[in-house]
Design a protein around this ligand. Structure first.
Ligand code: PBG
Length: 328
């Protein structure tokens, strides 16, 4: 019997050895926790498809933000459910909009918590699309890319004015990073970075989020602006454009089913990379854990580690609080 010279198991005997050679770490310092701001007072509305996640009115969000900060999580990502939706999504940029109010209340109460805002129209439009919809003929609709850019500029600017530390455009219109950069710079917000949803696939893993943010498209789907799930080279083109337009952080979304894309971007770009572990990924783990089919804490740790191993610097996850609690 021939024995190999190199025996990896020698370095796996004890936790001392294992941690001595460990290549990657997950820490709460890398995490961003998503929050859903809703109108009203004392509102804490559970989202049935996402156990443990709530729509909250601004007063409750402030309390939540304090808790997130005390747990040592550095940032939150804010989504808004507006009072009123219309065809253009005007509540996405009004000064008294839900996100604008939530940002200023959180920044006032917890100034050191980074507040990132999702910039998109789908939560605010009556049709649920991320851009301006033009009717071509009966039953045929088109998204007007360039008309949407102006509205996104207004939304991003209104978030910056409310005190957002960073804006995160998720609409996938062409040219939006450049347009938003220009609007921010023109109005004295050169210091506000853009975390671009650079590589966002037309994924079915967003299903539970669309319940949470009440933004499912009323007709058609998002495949004319979000990426085809079959493509990977296209991710390089999207990311290159966003970098050239001034993105500070590149995001890949969804997360776990697209680890190959994260890894590819890691090889090609030196910008920080964020991975979004989306609602469907969260709900799958939660559902299995609730059935006793897997150990939630271990699976969450493993999934976050997978993102780090693939090359993500930042992870946006609904598990951020759970992870921070478990790791402290
Ligand atoms: C769109 C947006 C979506 C998500 C974040 N921003 C949904 C979509 O594109 O339909 C999904 C996040 C998640 O599933 O957790 N503004």
């Amino acid at each position: 019997m021939m024995f190999p010279e190199y025996r990896p198991r020698r370095l796996r005997q004890t936790e001392r050895f294992r941690s001595l050679i460990r290549e990657n770490y997950v820490s709460k310092n890398h995490l961003i926790y998503p929050l859903f701001a809703a109108p009203g007072k004392k509102v804490k509305e559970p989202i049935s498809s996402m156990p443990g996640v709530y729509q909250m009115s601004v007063d409750n969000l402030v309390e939540e933000a304090k808790e997130v900060f005390d747990l040592g999580i550095p940032a939150v990502l804010l989504f808004g459910i507006p009072e009123k939706k219309d065809s253009k999504g005007s509540h996405a940029w009004i000064k008294s909009g839900i996100v604008q109010r939530a940002v200023s209340a959180i920044k006032k109460a917890v100034p050191d918590l980074l507040v990132v805002t999702d910039v998109c129209l789908c939560e605010y439009t009556s049709h649920g699309h991320c851009g301006v919809v033009v009717k071509e003929k009966k039953g045929v609709f088109r998204i007007d890319n360039d008309a949407t850019l102006e509205l996104l500029q207004k939304a991003a600017l209104s978030h910056a004015r409310a005190g957002a530390d960073m804006v995160a455009p998720s609409d996938m219109m062409d040219g939006r990073v450049g347009a938003i950069r220009e609007a921010l710079d023109e109005h004295g917000f050169e210091h506000v970075p853009i975390m671009s949803y650079a590589v966002k696939y037309a994924s079915s893993f967003y299903g539970p989020f669309r319940d949470a943010a009440e933004c499912a498209p009323q007709f058609g789907d998002r495949r004319s602006y979000q990426m085809d799930i079959a493509n990977s080279r296209e991710a390089l083109r999207e990311a290159t454009l966003d970098m050239e337009e001034g993105a500070d952080i590149l995001m890949v979304k969804p997360g776990m089913p697209y680890l190959d894309i994260i890894s590819m971007l890691r090889q090609e770009f030196s910008l920080p990379i964020a991975a979004y572990q989306v609602s469907g990924e969260y709900s799958m783990i939660k559902a299995a854990a609730q059935n006793g089919w897997l150990s939630e804490e271990h699976v969450v740790y493993e999934s976050l580690m997978a993102f780090r191993r693939a090359g993500a610097d930042i992870i946006i996850t609904y598990f951020a609080k759970d992870f921070a609690k478990a790791s402290s």
